[in-house]
Write a protein that binds this ligand. Structure first.
Ligand code: PLP
Length: 386
């Protein structure tokens, strides 16, 4: 199945919808039945039937087929946020007393899930430096149920060898899952590498226009049905039909958006890396990245994010640099049309800033659909200010 077929044709079944080119939004909470017997049958299996839109909805069905195919997975579930997808995937596969091995420095709220929330229920997590496979091996305990990955993470961009970790999980009967938000399924295919579950926020590249929140969980059919039938229906954080429709709309252009974004990012990162005010570049497809070879092996491309450490010695200079940018909005998130800048110091209390800690001087850029030369000029003018 080629990518354009998935994006433009798969699951559309236009003959069922008056041959409308664009699928309808089924803006309905529930579905009626001709008699009690058929209602009873439907309630026995909400996975296969339209009963209530906390479960299935026809607009969502089209989206699920496309998103599962993009990941090369048997099936998928779509949530009202990326965090809901991550929470549900983890919750559905642990019980009290279990242990998780997670890559260090996962997404901030995933970190809180492991280090605070799950602790309340007797589930412990060991965080490991994921650049060495031995660290995963050494952290596994008899009660380890999940190995959780995020490759690369979205601030310092360390990678994990997905094939090696998948093989480790398989050999020990441990479920492997990866947050694939940075690459998206277009540029990294973890399921083909043996990973059991892929997760991604659809609020970033899949949505692509900074106007909605959603999250995707892909995996084997049986696993997905099990998660749907208890955990997801209970948590209730399904994507609403209108947002599912917006994602179908966004998918039409994801290939061209990511192509533009990744090409521009490579241009901007390569140029900025040369500037003497940049102490260090963090970008998986820069030859200076310590895992450049692994990045080339398991990722097709690196899309729009990179970070730099500024050669400065005060918080004021980091702030002055960021405040001097005219073409980058100062904001969290990424994946939309607009270019963004996010300095690590925005998440650090002013009194805790330490110029000797390189992380405190780090600034993350997201290159959107803007003209790359204008973005380069903008960064360069802001670097001359400091
Ligand atoms: C944004 C993000 C999430 C969370 O997604 P939401 O849709 O905001 O809940 C998870 N992982 C990564 C890597 C992210 O960047």
């Amino acid at each position: 199945m080629d990518l354009s077929y998935i994006l433009n044709e798969l699951g559309e079944e236009r003959e069922n919808f008056s041959n409308a080119v664009v699928p309808p939004i089924f803006q309905t909470s529930n579905f009626a039945f001709p008699d009690v017997a058929s209602l009873r049958t439907a309630l026995l299996d909400e996975y296969e039937t339209y009963v209530y839109s906390r479960g299935q909805n026809p607009t969502l069905t089209i989206l699920r087929k496309k998103l599962a195919a993009l990941d090369g997975a048997e099936d998928c579930l779509v949530f009202s946020s990326g965090m809901a997808a991550i929470f549900c995937a983890v919750l559905a596969n642990i019980r009290q007393g279990d242990h998780i091995v997670s890559v260090a420095k996962p997404y901030s709220w995933t970190n809180k899930l492991f280090s605070i929330l799950l602790q309340r229920f007797g589930v412990t997590t060991t965080m490991v430096d994921g650049t060495q496979i031995e660290n995963f091996e050494n952290a596994i305990q008899p009660n380890t149920k999940i190995i959780y990955l995020e490759s690369p993470n979205s601030f310092t961009f360390e990678l994990q060898d997905l094939k090696a970790v998948a093989a480790l999980g398989k050999s020990g009967g441990i479920l492997t899952m990866v947050d694939n938000s940075y690459c998206s399924p277009l540029y990294q295919q973890p399921i083909a590498m043996g990973i059991d579950i892929t997760l991604q926020t659809a609020s970033k590249y899949i949505g692509g226009h900074s106007d909605l929140l959603a999250g995707v969980l892909c995996g084997a059919g049986e696993q997905i049905k099990r998660i749907f039938s208890l955990d997801m229906l209970t948590i209730g954080s399904v994507i609403p039909p209108f947002h599912a429709w917006l994602l179908l709309r966004s998918l039409r252009t994801i290939e061209v958006r990511l192509e533009r974004i990744s090409t521009s990012t490579e241009t901007v990162a390569a140029r900025i890396e040369q500037n003497p005010k940049i102490e260090k570049m963090y970008y998986p497809f820069s030859t200076s990245h310590p895992q450049y070879e692994l990045a080339c092996r398991q990722m097709k491309k690196a899309p729009g994010l990179f970070s730099v450490a500024l050669r400065v010695n005060s918080l004021d200079q980091v702030e002055l640099f960021c405040n001097s940018l005219r073409r980058f909005l100062r904001a969290v998130s990424w994946g939309g049309h607009e270019s963004l800048v996010f300095p690590a110091c925005a998440g650090i209390p002013v009194g805790d800033f330490d110029a000797n800690t390189i992380r405190h001087r780090m600034v993350r850029f997201y290159v959107g659909l803007d003209d790359p030369d204008s973005l380069i000029q903008d960064i360069e003018q802001a670097l001359t200010v400091i």
